[in-house]
Structure formats: C-alpha cells, structure tokens
Design a protein around this ligand. Sequence first.
Ligand code: 13P
Ligand code: SF4
Length: 295
Amino acid sequence: MELKEKIKKLKDEMNAIILAHNYQRKDVQEIADFKGDSLELARKAKNVDADYIVFAGVDFMAETAAIINPDKTVLIPSKAATCEMAKFLTGERVREYKKRYPEAAVVLYVNSTAEAKAEADITCTSANAVKVVESLPNEVILFGPDANLASHVQEHTDKKIIPLPPEGHCYVHTSFDVDSIPRDGKILVHPECPPEIRKIGDAVASTGGMVKYVKNSNEKRFVIVTERDMVSRLQLDFPDKEFVPAWENAICLGMKHVTLENIYRSLKEKKYVVKVDPDIAERAKRAIERMLEVS
Ligand code: 13P
Ligand code: SF4
C-alpha cells in the first residue's frame, strides 16, 4: 500500500486528525485534514472532535494545540521541528522587561515558548496582531519575540510598541534581498519581513491572509514573499493561477523536518506526545484563550 494510503487508514482507525501549517512540504499538505496559518490551526485545534491531533508544523504550534486541548493527545512527528524565532525569548527575559515597564501590557506572538507565553497578558498571530494590541487598555505594549512584526504593528497603531527583545527575528523572513524580488505580479509579503521588504508589498498578510487575498483577486500571477512552500499551499488551492516564490531558498528548516515517513511513524508509535508543564500550561492557556476571544 502507498504510504499516503497507509497514513489515511491508520488515521481513521485511531480517530486522528492531521493539521498542517502552510509551510509544510507539498506531499504533507496533500494528506492533511486541515491546512492553515497559526491562528486558523489554533482555532481548529480547539474545536476538533478527534482523539489524536498530529501536528504537521513546528513546536510552538503543537504546544499551543496541547495547551488549549488538555484532553486530547497531540503528537509532533519530529522533535527537530522547532522555530528559531521562539528561541529569542525566555520567560526570565519577559519578567525582566515587565519590571522595567510596569505600566505595559505584554503581547506575545504565538511563535514563542510556552514558558514565555505564561508571562504574557495575551498572545497574537500575524493575522490578528494589530487587533489584539488595539483591544488592550494599555498605551504601552511590550511585544515579542519578533521585532519586525512589532514594527509592522507600530505602523498601524498610535500606542507605543516596545520590541521584546529588540534583536528577535526570523532567519527565513530576513533573508530576502529587496532588489532580487521579482516584480511581475501582485506582491504578497509576510509581516515578519523587515520594513524595506514590506514596503514593496501590494499586501502585507499572514499566510492565511495571503490565501484570502488570492481568492478575492482577479489577478493571475503573484509573487510570494514568505517561506517557499507557501507556494505549494497556493498552487493546491488555486491551480489556475501562477505563484512565484520571491526566493527559492527561503526555507524554514524546522518545518521541513516533518515528512510522510515520520507522520506514519508518529501515528503508529503514538509519538512524540507534546507535554507542557501543567502550571505553565495553565498560565499560557489564559493568554491564548484571551486571543481567541478577541479575534
Ligand atoms: P502565519 O501565522 O502567518 O502562518 O505565520 C507563522 C509563521 O511561523 C511565519 O513564519
Ligand atoms: Fe519560526 Fe521563521 Fe520557521 Fe516561521 S518561518 S516557524 S518564524 S523559523
């Protein structure tokens, strides 16, 4: 039996569901029950009716699913599927900043560890960051760990946004060279890109926002300024349109650690179960649920 069929059979027998982020390999996206951006996946994880959630994405996404779903078993197929940006911020660093800015609210991008989220007032994703910040009564906001997303939010609010830490970034989204980006199509840019790249975008959007933009557009050709496999997602959904990756080597290595082979092993051996310390999970859950209420 082909691997894809074996996965489907096992998944059905176990009452499992596969959730995949838009940066997953094309063959992984093809077998997913649901594909989406971080916010869409968090919402879906909260509402699924399954005993097992196999998370085809990186660690913080699987942790978020486990935190909001304590009665379900969340599996991540590879322990190497990690997000480099999340590593910029420890819980300790958030506590230090809170002492320095006692009047500020702490808004953490979901691309952060559970330990850091436990220190946050609320989380956000690239799809709802401005809305989340605007929902708060505080005029000063500590925002981390992405300083580029923080600067994007600053461009859309009168509140004072303090990046936490100032050096936080994603190596994939800071790897584009503005002069090498093709200009022959509508340019869609992820907000994790630096300001000079965002400036050339016809739209600045989360990966889910890019899917919606393409759906509502009559244009035929799009230049995609984010992780390379976003093009796979768009090609699967819109086979009659053309998508050009801004740079072929914009690859998130953490995302590529998930494969059909390890998804099959993950189901068969029920590993790796995502576990979060219960005290941290309880505090992080408040921040995540507050975000889900706002957006
Ligand atoms: P999205 O929520 O837009 O899918 O972004 C997640 C991410 O990790 C971007 O690098
Ligand atoms: Fe993290 Fe960047 Fe990969 Fe997104 S693309 S998961 S921010 S390392």
